[in-house]
Design a protein. Sequence first.
Length: 277
Amino acid sequence: MTTNNYPYQKSFEKNLNINGLAKVTIKEYTSTLIDMFEYLSNFNIGYQKNHHVNQLFDRDIQQYMNMLVEKRQINNSTYNKVLSHINIYFKYLFSHDFSDKLPTLTLKGRDRNKESKINIKWIEQMPNILNDPNVHPYTKMTLLLISKGFKSSEFLKINFYRVFKKINFNSYEKKFINQYNNFIKPIQGKQSSKDIFLKQRIANDPHLTLPGLHKYLKPSEEYLSFSLNPTDLFQGYILNYVIKNPGENEFELSNHLNLDLASVIYYKKLSTKIIND
């Protein structure tokens, strides 16, 4: 007898089958829901206490969705697809009296029009980009750090300069860093901070925010003709590495890319799709 990998799995998937969904689509639902409930079991304090699906609220589902964006850097299209799967699942539970809540009711999808095709080749263009006077220094530094595996949430943190000092750079990267120092040192002096992403006007908190960084990325994005959204760039970095290192298993990829195994499996599937397209 098959056991449920998530609450009401057998009856829910039977319902999907009755509604005529293809086996591959049902497998996508299974993958999404197993992943969500594993995450909630490990990281959601409320769900850990009783594992009652009826006690899940919108904030709990949003916690999972936020993780997908922040940790796995999923794009808007994937976000909407995952949310749709979860929404249909909870509507099924509600309509069949397995739950008296609809925790996805207040959750909204993301704008597909802001979607940009992920560029997995930008890392190969780095020598030219770092040497291009038409690209803003903050844009160049963003690209450089993401090419080293850092997320924007990491390199915009206070005191990131301490981490920065420990990164290994090659010769052309060091040449750019010398140029960047000439740009940033006057700003660091004005703001009394050693960090490398700072506002150019005096402020109580001199550190550049993500929205502030986007203001510098946008003009360079139009010039370079590919998305400079840090989420898209990070996905491009991960996918580029996975595609170029087919011999590495999930554990090796997890260790090198600092991703959990579920995220590695997600990116491996996505890389296969890109190769086959």
